[in-house]
Design a protein around this ligand. Structure first.
Ligand code: ASP
Length: 319
């Protein structure tokens, strides 16, 4: 079989951006471009994954990511089963493996998994036969979010390499930040982190990024301002004096955006806390904000990932 760049994608699972090469990332983004077109048609469904089963296994709450994976799988003609597990904090490890083994006996071809513990999705991938996609594990990785962000940026600005991207806010608790730092750097972008010291990971410079604790300084000459949600559910104790205070110093409004390049664009992975990390009116400004486009790109990226990971199965009939 001729090796096109697409068929060269050789990963069994998608557990993180870590380990993906620039070619892997470009392959996913290129393929997703076609799925954007398919998703804009009136008749959106193809039969590519007919007969295959995708299980969405979510141990943490999610609206948009689960729906996005569901739409992606259905658009490719797969059968989709959604399973949401309320994780009891003590039995989490046990529940994870038990659930994985039960589901594995149902022969899913792809398991899309979200879990509150970093590393849990990898553990699960070692126990099951199908391909596993990490839909977010603790503070660790959320690879499809970084990929959809990359597709959004590439479609709007025509490139990723050479851009300066500021990731702002609750970096310490954010898997989106971790996946984005890796992807953006792999593709040749410069990454800055801007956050109060309490919301920065320890020794943040080790990621090879520039670190700022002041929005005015950090946003200078930035092409993309990526805001993060203040993840109160992951905080034990108060990391910020008050939400009002936080907005004043770190919430993105037009004034702070004016420190960046004149045409700088705004992103947010959702769900947004309007008026906390981002000004509501700015979030809805279609000239500056890419937030709605990010959601659209999410479905296309997930279609591309489902397509690539099931290719060995579809081409040879074996995993
Ligand atoms: N939806 C993203 C995640 O699952 C971002 C967030 O929740 O703030 O990590």
């Amino acid at each position: 079989m001729k090796q096109t760049p697409e068929t060269a994608f050789s990963h069994r699972h998608l557990l993180g951006i870590e380990g993906l090469s620039p070619i892997d990332i470009t392959t996913i983004l290129d393929l997703a471009g076609g799925y954007v077109d398919q998703s804009r048609r009136v008749h959106k469904t193809s039969d590519l994954l007919n007969g295959l089963t995708v299980i969405n296994l979510f141990f943490e709450n999610s609206t948009r990511t689960r729906t996005s994976f569901e739409a992606a799988a259905k658009r490719l003609g797969a059968d989709v089963i959604n399973m949401t597990v309320a994780a009891s904090s003590i039995k989490k490890g046990e529940t994870l493996i038990d659930t994985a083994m039960t589901l594995n006996a149902m022969h899913p071809d792809v398991l899309v998994v979200r879990h509150g513990n970093s590393g849990a999705v990898r553990l699960l991938s070692e126990k099951v036969d199908g391909a596993v996609i990490n839909a977010g594990d603790g503070r660790h990785e959320h690879p499809t979010q970084a990929l959809l962000d990359a597709l959004t940026i590439r479609r709007r600005l025509g490139k990723i390499g050479g851009l300066t991207v500021a990731i702002c806010g609750d970096v310490a608790h954010s898997r989106v930040a971790r996946s984005n730092i890796q992807l953006l750097q792999t593709m040749g972008a410069r990454v800055r982190l801007i956050a109060p010291p309490t919301l920065l990971p320890a020794k943040a410079e080790r990621f090879g990024v520039e670190v700022f604790t002041d929005m005015r300084e950090g946003l200078q000459d930035v092409d993309i301002v990526m805001m993060l949600r203040l993840q109160l559910e992951r905080m034990q104790g108060a990391f910020v004096p008050s939400v009002r205070e936080y907005f004043r110093f770190f919430g993105l409004d037009r004034e702070k955006l004016s420190y960046a390049k004149p045409d700088a664009l705004v992103m947010h992975p959702g769900p947004m806390n309007r008026g906390v990390e981002i000004d509501s009116e700015l979030a809805d400004d279609i000239d500056r904000s890419l937030i709605r486009e990010q959601v659209e790109m999410g479905v296309a990226i997930r279609m591309a990932c489902l397509d690539l990971l099931t290719r060995p199965l579809r081409e040879t009939g074996a995993p």
